[in-house]
Write a protein that binds this ligand. Structure first.
Ligand code: GLU
Length: 313
């Protein structure tokens, strides 16, 4: 496959360390998520970045090896799995349009008869969780095994404190799931769907592991390290398209405008950006802006993308 024309960088580790030093001078703006209380326990000054490239190398700086709560980043893995299971049928149950609403909004769902706008707002992710829960007898285990396969790391785990906290404060997600059930768009029992969804949000991973695990999306569905075809080329294209239009919550347009990469954000402060034909950038800083995106992680990805000329546009 032809490599795209990216600006060469002699020492990527050094470039990332320099970016982090600059970012540390910036005032910390934003607030660590606390609507799931376990998330508020994380130190706000954590900062890490990792870049995995298609040749299997990983460069990193700062807290890049520290696991944190992946939250909505998990929606990317679950979507990839559900697409393999349901094929085109899936798109009758969830659409592929930006929502223009907050990630956990309930209003749109009622107008639109229980069909979520896309698979990365919470309503859509619950439909995806339902696909997994309805198909597998032990869906949480299958989900964890999928991530372990993508990272080649058996130690990736679900944080039980985050899970308990998600469950205790998950009434809004329960409301979304029951509303969709009333429209016939949830097949399993709602508690089972929520169990899948809360577990997947509670997986802990580091920037290094996240960057490694998304490589198949930068390589047309094939893991460039193991050579394994994780999903079809068409599905990799579709996941990237959804990340571009909806992966950064209600700031996806601005992210495309300023950075120009498919990306997924999570309320744990992580952001993963896919650079087709090059690799993956994962950055982490817990304080979030008003859209729910990590301010400093966005800054780091934007600065690196500019330096290396990574925009897909
Ligand atoms: N577990 C979170 C929730 O459902 C995930 C949200 C996110 O990261 O966007 O509220």
């Amino acid at each position: 496959m032809q490599q795209a024309d990216f600006c060469p960088i002699v020492d990527l580790n050094q470039a990332l360390a320099d970016l982090l030093t600059q970012a540390r001078q910036m005032p910390i703006s934003g607030k660590v998520a606390d609507y799931i209380p376990a998330l508020s326990q994380v130190a706000p000054n954590r900062l890490g970045i990792a870049v995995a490239t298609l040749d299997g190398k990983v460069a990193s700086a700062g807290d890049a090896a520290v696991p944190f709560s992946i939250q909505s980043l998990s929606k990317t893995y679950a979507l990839t799995m559900a697409m393999q299971l349901q094929g085109d049928e899936l798109w009758h149950r969830v659409r592929m349009e930006p929502s223009g609403q907050p990630f956990n909004s309930i209003v749109q769902l009622e107008w639109e008869q229980g069909i979520p706008r896309n698979p990365v707002i919470n309503a859509g992710a619950l439909v995806i969780a339902d696909v997994l829960a309805s198909h597998y007898s032990a869906s949480i285990n299958s989900f964890l095994m999928f991530i372990r396969r993508l990272t080649d790391c058996q130690s990736i785990y679900i944080d039980p404190k985050v899970y308990a906290s998600e469950q205790q404060h998950g009434s809004r997600n329960a409301a979304l799931a029951y509303l969709m059930k009333s429209f016939g768009n949830i097949q399993s029992e709602v508690p089972l769907v929520l169990e899948q969804y809360f577990h997947q949000c509670s997986v802990a991973m580091s920037c290094e592991q996240l960057a490694r695990s998304f490589l198949y999306l930068a390589n047309r569905g094939q893991d460039p390290v193991s050579g394994e075809q994780i999903c079809s080329r068409k599905d990799a294209h579709r996941v990237n398209a959804i990340l571009t239009t909806s992966g950064m919550y209600d700031q996806s347009g601005e992210f495309a405008f300023t950075v120009g990469l498919p990306a997924k954000s999570g309320v744990g402060g992580g952001i993963v950006a896919v650079v087709p034909n090059y690799g993956v950038i994962a950055a982490w800083s817990p304080p979030l802006n008003s859209f729910g995106n990590s301010q400093l992680a966005m800054h780091l990805i934007r600065a690196l993308a500019e330096q290396l000329g990574l925009s897909v546009y």
